[in-house]
Structure formats: C-alpha cells, structure tokens
Design a protein around this ligand. Sequence first.
Ligand SMILES: [Cu+2]
Length: 327
Amino acid sequence: MPELRFPPDARVRLRFVNAGAHPVNWVSVDEHELYIIEADNTPTLPVPVHRISVVRAPSPTTYSGVLLTSGRRIGDSFYLRAQINTACFGAGFPDLDPQTPLIFRIADEGHRLAKTLPRSRDWNDPTTGNCTDLDETVVVQHAPPQAEQISVFNSSRIGPLTTTDEAGLSDGISFLEWTLNNITYENFAYTPLLHQIVRGEDPNTGRIALITAWNVETVDIVIQNLNGPEHPFHLHGKPFWIMARSQGSVGPETIASLDLNTYNPLLRDTLGLPSGEWVLIGLVADVPGVHAFHCHIVFHQAQGLFGALMIQPDVIRKLQDPGGELP
Ligand SMILES: [Cu+2]
C-alpha cells in the first residue's frame, strides 16, 4: 500500500486533484480534520472539514487541505482514503470496492519504522446517499488583508522618437518607447535580474522599475496608465485581487484613503487598463522570486514597458544556483 510520511508537529498541505473519470470522490484522513485553504487555485479562509469532495469537472478540480500532526508520535499511522460516491452511479456495481486507501505515517529521518497497517477509524460522515458536491457555502474566499506596503507603477509613453544615423541625423524611422516609473526597461541579456540577486548584487534600479517585498507581506500596487492606449498588464508569480479602479490619476495622499473592495474581489493575473485610468491591485507576497510585470502587447514590452516585483531577496540568495545551461 502506498505510504506518505510526515514529521510530528507539522502543518502538512495536501493538494487533491480528481484526475479520474468519476464525478465525485471524497478524500479524508482518519482522525484528522482537513483545513481547506484553496479551491481551484483560489485562496480560501481555512475551514476544517472531515471530508473534501473533489469533483471531476471538464478539467480536474483541486483543493488544498492542511492537516496538523501536532500531538502525534513517531510511528503513528492513519489511513488517507479516497472514496467514490457510489450514489452517483446509475446502476450498481456489486464488485466495486469504492475505497482506495494509502497510509499516512508520522516519521522522521532518524527512525526505521515497521510497516504496520494503521488501526485508525474513518469519519462517520456518509460518503454515499446523495450524489452531491462539497457544501460550497463552507468555502469562503480569502479576503485581501490590510496592505503593509503600497507601491506604484506609473506607465507613460515617450515619443514618437526617430532613429538617427551615425552622424546623429534623423533617418526618419519613427518609434515609441514606454516607461514604468520613468524607466524604459532594457533587458539584462547576460546578467538576468535573478542571477544578480543570487550573487548578492543590488539590482540597478535605474534600469528597471522594481517593487521589493523583503518579507512575506501584503502588497498593494497602484498601476496608472498616464498617456498610453489600453495596456493588458500582466504579473508573473502570483495572481492579484482587483480592489479599486477609476479614471484619472491618484497621488500618494489619495492612495492611502482609497475605498477598496475587499469583499470577493476578482482574482486575476492580467488586467486591461484603459488610457487615463488607474487600478489598485493587492496580493500576498509569499513566493520568493523576481516576478515580471509587463504589458502583454509584446512590442510594448520590447519597447520598455516592463518592471518586476521582487519578493524576499534574502530568501532568493539562499537558493542554490543549479549551474550549467538551463533547458
Ligand atoms: Cu501595452
């Protein structure tokens, strides 16, 4: 029987994906509540349940359940059960064993453990009777917490400019440049920003608009499209909540007192920002890395409309550079 091993006094995140063909599978861990913290990549408020119903939709749905191994001892073991809800079948399948168990064992590096079978007991909650999904009302989207940092990306156009020949005279080819916080990004082709950080260098903030979150913190970012066409702005690494947007522009005093929508705001990774409008997005910066922020019209990006959100550079510096050529 397959086995998963986890240390005592740990918070264990299990991500469940129904990759099968059957619509409703219950998953549970004997004698441990699962705190649902994510549904289909949307963060949710932690809510304890005995079983999670993982539905097979056109694409697999996912849930993350966290369980606590506090109070458990090395060698304790429990069943993690996936159980088909047989009420969803139109006809009976008498030979079907609807349950697939695996062993969830408390272990650490230093102990050799006997492969005994658990004596744990399943929850009493029914797994059949109705072909129903998890009660959705128990799953509540995680509301954005109060921001610990508010930063700004101001987007502007420069130009049209014209190219010049060697004598410095215009040769008539017209082009635009785009800026974020008055910086037109030019790529670091031979020294990517991430490598600079890993090597302990300080990035040249004259060459890239950079927002830094030193710790795990809630970051609000105001993006303003001062004089461009609509830009589809895209952030890597972390989806963001869209919490306010309007026409015009906002200054530092106004930003602090904006009326934000914290009730069920839309979570996205790209947004369209029309000319002369601003938007406030929020995210929890908890993914260490250098995450690109750019206009997704690729020639605008190539013309400089590109910045980055750097999260936890001190953590990045402790990562091991795998070396060699990346694929
Ligand atoms: Cu653009």
